[in-house]
Design a protein around this ligand. Structure first.
Ligand SMILES: [Zn+2]
Ligand SMILES: [Zn+2]
Length: 251
C-alpha cells in the first residue's frame, strides 16, 4: 500500500511538470484547423468571434453580464442578496464552443486545455485591473470525486493564473467536506441547500488582512462561491474576489 501511495505521488508530480512542458497547441482547440502558435487562447479568429466574451456591463456583485440599458447594477440573482465575497468576475458565457471545451477539459481528460482556458482568465484579471492578490484558492473537489476525475479542474486553472500573475497558489485553505450532488440539475433553492455546509477550513489557516482570489470553472447561481466565501471569512481575509471561467444562465 505504502509504495502504491508514493508511486501515485511521483506520478502526480510528473503530471504537474508535464502540464507546463506540454507544447502549446498549434491547432484551434475548437475546430482543429492549423493556427499560428501566437493565436490568442489557441482559438482561430473564426471560432473566437463566435464565443461570447463578457466585455460589457456586468453585475457589480458577481460579474454576470447584465443588460446594457438596465437601471440596476446587479443581476437578478444578486438583487436581493448580500454576497459573502467582495466582487466577482467571469470571462465568457457558458454556451456553444466554450461549453464543449470545458466538457472536454473536465470529462475528456484533456488537461492541456488548462493553458488556453487559464489564459482567458488571466486576460480578464488584467482587464479588470485586479493585479494585487495574496493567494489564489481553487474551489476544492471532494477527494472521492478528484480521485475519479484524476484532477480538480479549478485547481489546474488556478495554477495557470497563479503562475502567470506571480501569485501564490494555495490548495491547503479550503476542503470539501461533503461530496455534494452535481448542481446542474438542481433548482436555485436546492443548490443553496446542497452546498451550504459543504466546505471547511484547513486547521490553523489564517488569511488575516489578505486579498484572496477564489477560482472555479463555472458560475451559475453563485451558491458554491458564496458557501466557499462564507467559510473563508472565518480566516479573516481583507477581501475575497471570485473568478470563474464561464457563467451559466439563471435557472
Ligand atoms: Zn477554430
Ligand atoms: Zn450578480
Amino acid at each position: 500500500m505504502g509504495s502504491m501511495k508514493s508511486n501515485f505521488k511521483i506520478f502526480s508530480g510528473i503530471n504537474q511538470i508535464l502540464d507546463f512542458a506540454y507544447p502549446r497547441n498549434i491547432y484551434c482547440i475548437v475546430c482543429g484547423i492549423g493556427i499560428l502558435p501566437s493565436e490568442e487562447f489557441s482559438i482561430c479568429p473564426g471560432c473566437r468571434s463566435r464565443i461570447s466574451f463578457i466585455r460589457g456591463r456586468a453585475c457589480l456583485q458577481c460579474g454576470k453580464p447584465i443588460a446594457e440599458s438596465g437601471i440596476l447594477d446587479t443581476c437578478p440573482d444578486c438583487l436581493d442578496k448580500k454576497r459573502s465575497f467582495t466582487r466577482g468576475f467571469s470571462c465568457v458565457e457558458y454556451e456553444g464552443a466554450i461549453k464543449e471545451i470545458i466538457h472536454r477539459f473536465k470529462y475528456g481528460r484533456q488537461r492541456h486545455l488548462m493553458h488556453p482556458l487559464g489564459a482567458i482568465m488571466v486576460r480578464k484579471l488584467k482587464a479588470a485591473g485586479l493585479v494585487d492578490v495574496d493567494r489564489v484558492i481553487p474551489v476544492p473537489l471532494h477527494k472521492r470525486r478528484k480521485r475519479q476525475r484524476g484532477f480538480n479542474q479549478a485547481e489546474l486553472l488556478a495554477r495557470v493564473i497563479a503562475r502567470e500573475m506571480g501569485w501564490k497558489l494555495d490548495k491547503k485553505v479550503l476542503v470539501r467536506l461533503q461530496d455534494t450532488r452535481s448542481q446542474s440539475d438542481l433548482t436555485k433553492q436546492e443548490r443553496q441547500r446542497n452546498v451550504r455546509d459543504a466546505f471547511g477550513l484547513f486547521p490553523g489557516v489564517s488569511l488575516k488582512g489578505e486579498k484572496v482570489l477564489l477560482v472555479d470553472d463555472i458560475y451559475t447561481t453563485g451558491s458554491t462561491m458564496d458557501s466557499c466565501s462564507r467559510t473563508l471569512r472565518q480566516a479573516e481575509p481583507a477581501e475575497i474576489y471570485i473568478l470563474s471561467l464561464a457563467t451559466g444562465r439563471n435557472v
